[in-house]
Design a protein around this ligand. Sequence first.
Ligand code: SAM
Length: 292
Amino acid sequence: MSLRTAAAALPSRNAAAVPVREFAFSDLDFRTLAQLAYDHAGIVLSESKRNLVYSRLSRRLRGLGLSSFQAYREYLADNTVEIEGFINSISTNHTKFFRESHHFDHLRQHVALGFAKSMAGRGGGRLRVWSAGCSSGEEPYTIAVVIKRDIAEIRRHDVRILATDIDTEVVGRAARGEFAEGALADIPAPYRGYFDSGSARQSVVARDDIRSLITFKPLNLMKPWPFSGLFDAIFCRNVMIYFDHATKMALVDRFAQQLKPGGWLYIGHSETLTGESRMLELVGRTIYRRKT
Ligand SMILES: C[S@@+](CC[C@H](N)C(=O)[O-])C[C@H]1O[C@@H](n2cnc3c(N)ncnc32)[C@H](O)[C@@H]1O
């Protein structure tokens, strides 16, 4: 084959750049949907997310029996409840038990053991921890087992973990507390006893005394928060990576105001708070403390 014939047999540059798609997906479709994600959830969908958005929403289009992204945009405009399906489709939910485990060493030392010591065997203590952006629940269940292990007779106290996420599908899954058996590998041995065999094959389920410590609720962090009490600790990890700087800083200020003086904010390892909040000081790797 001559060079010229071989070159002709190859797809042209342009053809390679425009993948053949099941659904037409124009610039306007992408820009409109990206704007919606930003306006509703603070999520920034940059140009590099274009293919990801296409593949995640294609499943939604198929499910709804729609034939184009333009039809989906029109459907969204007429069905305000579909915003939930849209956000559930585009959110990234990767998580695991004991992810970024040094946060849980810190939680154990400064929150669980600190609480147990301050109570000195008495009952009636109050402890509140929030997992903001809890995804399918591995984070709040990790918090629960860490706290449960060190607080003797936890039922004599008012200990609650609030677990919230904008994605209603993952919150529902998290509330069931059932996980693939393989997930146990991420859980250190002293904590594995808090999980029993699940109803599905090769699954484990969090014990009732662990599940009952956690309240699961759908919550969009961009909207008003329906609670007035302050938290001893807030986890918001690997959530703010999807937000722009202004959104992140406004959110961090709100977290700071929702913490007790001396309370802790844990953020993801790849996240930094440049020009951090007036109310917080950095006290460890991605660990902040509300100033007293
Ligand atoms: C990558 S997961 C992080 C899970 C867990 N915090 C961890 O670090 O393993 C990010 C979660 O943030 C949630 N999220 C994104 N935008 C949100 C918003 N505006 N309000 C509440 N949750 C949001 C997503 O639905 C997703 O479940």
